[in-house]
Design a protein around this ligand. Structure first.
Ligand code: URA
Length: 202
């Protein structure tokens, strides 16, 4: 089975898993993009438009994300985009810890299949999934090695839409991505020991 087929199979598994929170209340937004992607962007949870179209980042935040890809000349289709929680929480409330936990085995498998070199969590929920004790204001745009992959936290595009200062930071961090990928072996990145006690995330 190739990666695309493995992802399809995983998606079918998720569609049938009635134990998943928000099952039957919202559509599954599994994720999309290049199954061979070197970079994977991971947001928080789908919103109204994502639920409607069953695609990640297609609302206002997604439009900004598209602009950021243009800024660095990366076609959106060249990367993989998904969320930690794959169904829309009611009223766009924050995902609950038990929702994040319940979707974890699927995200873990998705990451294992794609096996990207860089994971770019968008916003604090996605960042704290990988780096529980980190603060987004301090850690955005700074790569950290975790289990051989670079975790490169970014501000959430929705936050950037609310504050110009954050938008500028997000643009600057995005512009560093091509070099980070090019110089991946030699990048001087702080090694993050597996200090946290949780089960492996990928
Ligand atoms: N915000 C997210 O975190 N994910 C989406 O897919 C859309 C908006």
């Amino acid at each position: 089975m190739n990666k695309q087929e493995e992802l399809e199979r995983l998606k079918k598994e998720m569609e049938m898993d009635k134990e998943l929170p928000l099952f039957g209340q919202a559509n599954l937004v599994f994720g999309e993009g290049n199954s061979e992607a070197e970079v994977m962007f991971i947001g928080e949870a789908p919103g109204f438009h994502e639920d409607k179209f069953m695609r990640p980042f297609v609302g206002q935040a997604g439009k900004l994300l598209d602009k950021l890809f243009l800024l660095i000349n990366w076609p959106r289709e060249s990367v993989y985009i998904t969320n930690i929680v794959k169904r829309r929480p009611p009223e766009n409330r924050d995902p609950l810890p038990e929702e994040i936990e319940a979707y974890k085995p699927y995200l873990k498998k998705q990451i294992q299949i794609i096996d990207p070199k860089i994971i770019a969590p968008l916003g604090r929920f996605a960042m704290n999934y990988f780096l529980p004790d980190f603060k987004i204001s301090q850690s955005h745009g700074k790569g950290v090695i975790l289990r051989g992959k670079i975790i490169y936290p970014l501000y959430h595009p929705a936050a950037a839409l609310r504050a110009t200062a954050i938008l500028k930071e997000l643009e600057m961090d995005f512009k560093k991505l091509p070099d980070l990928l090019k110089n991946i072996e030699s990048a001087r990145i702080e090694e993050k020991k597996e200090a946290h006690k949780q089960a492996p995330l990928f």
